[in-house]
Design a protein around this ligand. Structure first.
Ligand SMILES: O=P(O)(O)OC[C@H]1O[C@](O)(CO)[C@@H](O)[C@@H]1O
Length: 305
């Protein structure tokens, strides 16, 4: 994961000679202890970091102190050399991701960075605790495992790692079978699923919405729509928009807890629409997460998980 500790340029040969920022805020540099700590959990992170390009200009006369003073006064630095120095100091590149982050034009001073450092250190520590499995959602008594889902090797124990890997494999296989038509609706003229209706709220809707917006191709094999609240008009609208394609709609009900009333309402409303259309809901619905004691609702295969 990219962290603020990686914001600075990391190629030693490109570091400014009078590295004032480095002196003032050692732990924000990539070669600092804080950076090393975080990069240890992501092997070879250091080798993936570098500034964007070679810096050949003579920077000896530039004055990043002046830039910082101006920034502190709230004025915007205009001197091109000073701005170049600041750019070189603060440009971050993550080669593997193709990510550049240029914060050099943000008017913060090194005093500000120094002042903020304890808070950053606290945040990094908290993030490390999360990665190790600290309970971060006390209401639900949950660990926060987003890190592990992206990289199962970060999971705090091998049981969780295997669970994640098995689940991801199963999800990919299921998606492939739906797309290929191996798993199909019982009575659709197309002979395959063409639409997904996702039912879930909050975190159980935002993730799929993000993926659908950010990662789906222009013409995905299945279109997706969402019921993410309990507004009856909105639910009716989604169902009406599907029209006859309800017969080729895969309904995915998502709930971490399996106990969210709004999600259950959506499920019941959609179930009713299927019934009224003479369709077998149980052959077209998949429930992700603990499921409202309705294990019969599974597409393709029965699951007890
Ligand atoms: O995924 P579940 O268990 O249905 O819970 C949904 C609820 O949980 C949250 O996603 C928070 O974790 C809320 O936004 C939402 O109301």
């Amino acid at each position: 994961m990219a962290s603020l500790s990686g914001l600075c340029s990391s190629s030693p040969s490109l570091k400014p000679k009078h590295d004032r920022v480095a002196k003032l805020t050692p732990s924000f540099r990539k070669d600092s202890p804080a950076f090393s700590t975080r990069s240890n959990s992501n092997s070879n992170s250091n080798s993936k970091l570098s500034v964007a390009r070679e810096v050949s200009a003579d920077l000896s006369k530039t004055n990043s102190v002046g830039v910082l003073k101006k920034a502190k006064q709230g004025g915007l630095e205009k001197d091109p050399k000073a701005l170049w120095r600041r750019y070189v100091d603060w440009l971050y590149q993550h080669k593997e991701l193709g990510l550049y982050l240029d914060v050099s034009r943000v008017g913060f001073s090194d005093e500000f960075v120094e002042e903020m450092e304890p808070r950053f250190q606290a945040a990094f520590k908290a993030m490390e605790e999360l990665e190790k499995g600290a309970i971060a959602n006390p209401d639900e008594g949950r660990m926060v495992g987003h890190y592990w889902l992206r990289n199962s090797k970060l999971a705090p124990n091998s049981f969780l790692q295997i669970q994640i890997e098995k689940t991801l494999d199963a999800v990919c296989k299921f998606a492939g079978d739906v797309i290929s038509g191996k798993i199909k609706p019982p009575s659709s003229p197309e002979g395959r699923f063409t639409q997904i209706l996702s039912v879930g709220i909050g975190g159980s809707a935002l993730g799929p919405q993000l993926v659908a917006e950010a990662l789906a191709p222009d013409n995905p094999p299945l279109k997706i729509r969402f019921i993410d609240n309990t507004d009856p008009g909105g639910i009716d609208h989604q169902i009406a928009q599907l029209g006859p394609e309800l017969a080729s709609t895969l309904v995915i009900v998502i709930s971490k807890s399996g106990g969210t009333p709004e999600t259950r309402n959506g499920l019941l409303e959609v179930q009713k629409a299927f019934r009224e259309a003479g369709l077998d809901f149980s052959k077209q619905v998949l429930i992700s997460g603990r499921c409202y004691n309705t294990r019969k609702f599974f597409v393709g295969q029965h699951s007890e998980d």
